[in-house]
Design a protein. Structure first.
Length: 192
């Protein structure tokens, strides 16, 4: 999902064809990587997993028996090749789900934690690429990233130190676009 296209960024920056598409795509991807984790999606973090030769089990820190259901297909990422991919649930416990696994290396393993956490993604009903406020926020973040690459000091700093320029990639990066994002922010991302 690209929230900002190369063409949009190229136009906003006014750089024409001066820079390669791959260079601008890196900036667009970085903006997505900054923004997407804060948007509300139908995902649940996986804290550990185990498997038999044919069945995988993913474990959660929160109760999931009312979140997932038998027969539902979820997409698992960040959990290793045996567990990653689209999985149809064959069982749902209070803090776990089970599904079939396939492959050549299905040696049974006992429960072990995953760090960083994996992710179980169920069907989502919102396409953030179609929401103008999200697109504008992504473009603004892309521009900030681009400008930080081109002029790392982000502006002048007086010699006497009374007018320092803020670091563009600091903790205010998302704060500058939070007004656009407010209706779409995941409450789980706003802890602290």
């Amino acid at each position: 999902m690209a929230l900002t296209t190369i063409a949009e960024l190229r136009t906003a920056l006014g750089v024409g064809t001066l820079y390669a598409d791959a260079t601008l795509q890196e900036v667009c991807d970085a903006a997505d990587n900054v923004l997407l984790p804060f948007l509300w999606t139908n995902t649940t973090p996986i804290i550990g997993h185990s498997n038999t030769a044919t069945t995988g089990t993913s474990y959660f820190e929160t109760i999931v028996h009312d979140v997932f259901y038998v027969g539902q297909t979820i997409n698992i990422t960040g959990c290793g090749s045996k567990h990653n991919g689209n999985k149809t649930l064959t069982g749902v416990g209070e803090y776990s789900v089970t599904y079939a696994i396939t492959g050549n290396n299905n040696t049974p393993t006992v429960y072990h934690p995953i760090n960083p956490y994996g992710v179980a993604a169920a069907e989502t009903y919102t396409d953030y690429t179609t929401i103008p406020a999200i697109q504008e926020a992504a473009l603004m973040i892309s521009i900030d990233i681009w400008q930080s690459r081109q002029a790392p000091s982000s502006g002048g700093v007086t010699i006497d130190g009374y007018a320092p320029s803020p670091y563009r990639m600091g903790n205010t990066l998302l704060a500058r676009v939070r007004g656009l994002l407010a209706p779409y922010l995941d409450p789980r991302s706003m802890v602290g």
